[in-house]
Design a protein around this ligand. Sequence first.
Ligand SMILES: Nc1ncnc2c1ncn2[C@@H]1O[C@H](COP(=O)(O)OP(=O)(O)OP(=O)(O)O)[C@@H](O)[C@H]1O
Ligand SMILES: [Mg+2]
Length: 401
Amino acid sequence: MTIETRLLKMMGNGAPVLEVLNELCSFIDTQAPGAASTVFLLDSDGIRLRPVAGPNAPKTWKHEIDNPEVGPYAGFSNMAGEQERALTVGDINIDPLFAIHRKAALRAGLQMACFRPILSAKKQVCGALALPYPQQHRRPEPDSEMMERAIHLAAIAIECHRNEQELRELSRRLSQSQDDERRRIARELHDSVGQMLAALNMNLATVRGDLERLAKTANTLADSENLVDQMSSEVRTISHLLHPPLLDEAGLSSALRWYVEGFTVRSKIKVDLDLPEDFGRLPRESETAIFRVVQECLTNIHRHSGSPSAKIRLRQRDERVTVEIADRGKGIPPEKKEQMASSGAPGVGIRGMRERLRQLGGTLEIRSNGNGTVIEVRLPISQISSSAGVLEVTDTSHAAA
Ligand SMILES: Nc1ncnc2c1ncn2[C@@H]1O[C@H](COP(=O)(O)OP(=O)(O)OP(=O)(O)O)[C@@H](O)[C@H]1O
Ligand SMILES: [Mg+2]
């Protein structure tokens, strides 16, 4: 296996650059007997060349020559300006290149040296190969082809190493910038979004408090709405009962049907309304009077009779309307009958009905016993005001219908 194959294999397997260069130096030392080859690498400052490999080179010399306090290696760094020129063999005793390191070289027993720059692919100095010899004038210049091959291999190894370093540096910088970016975003998140979230959280807590208070308010509101609904319905009913709009618009028949229906629902008293289909419209006062009479009679049945049912019968014949309201209740008590007979009537209801009818020339008759009460109304519809209506209170032996 040639030295090239061996070294390239080592590099391919990822061997450290120093190991590769040491291997190269060992090879050179076998090719140039007596030489203790040393490879120098250009430092990161681009000025100093530092000995890094050379397993056979005297350790004291390598150590002394690498003293960073001494400063730039004038001789070696000069090569950067004379890249193409190889310094062949020089006498360490007199060569100006050894002005600084002469003593160290002599102490290490070195007498002469051969230096060659190691150039990168871009023809930049990246290192140097030194072949120092302990004996003066004993050695000729080493085989130049072997030197070329060695320098070429050293250049490949150094460039490989540098590329790896650059890659490592790049990936370090990438990680660094990722870290920096993450740190910046984290700070931003903490300082802006975090603060806003904290504020939002406080707002939400306030809203929750408000909602809890509002929940109580909402109950009150729902109660109030219910009350308003009930009141509106009550007001509507009261208003309709005070004066049903149907009475004016659709007439007595419709108003009575509407009223009786509502009364049945409210009182649970079954009412049979006997009203001819063709019962026509009457003068307004007559319709109102009859409606009020039916209203009062049904109210009295509900309040006083105890009857489970009632019957209303309306007839219109020969310009006269008759209305009969009967129940199956307990009848008007005797003392009330007496009061009615003597002073008129005990309550406002019956007296009011009678007065209203009297103004229209009508009459109201009451028949009542223990089986029920019948109120009978007669009303002329000619609208000719007649004399006072007659109130008769008689006992009847038959139950009201
Ligand atoms: N259908 C009925 N069945 C039994 N008793 C009745 C009936 N209608 C009236 N009465 C009796 O006749 C009385 C007089 O009735 P009236 O309608 O004049 O007065 P009221 O109903 O007591 O009071 P209001 O002035 O509020 O109408 C009643 O108090 C009641 O005792
Ligand atoms: Mg009454």
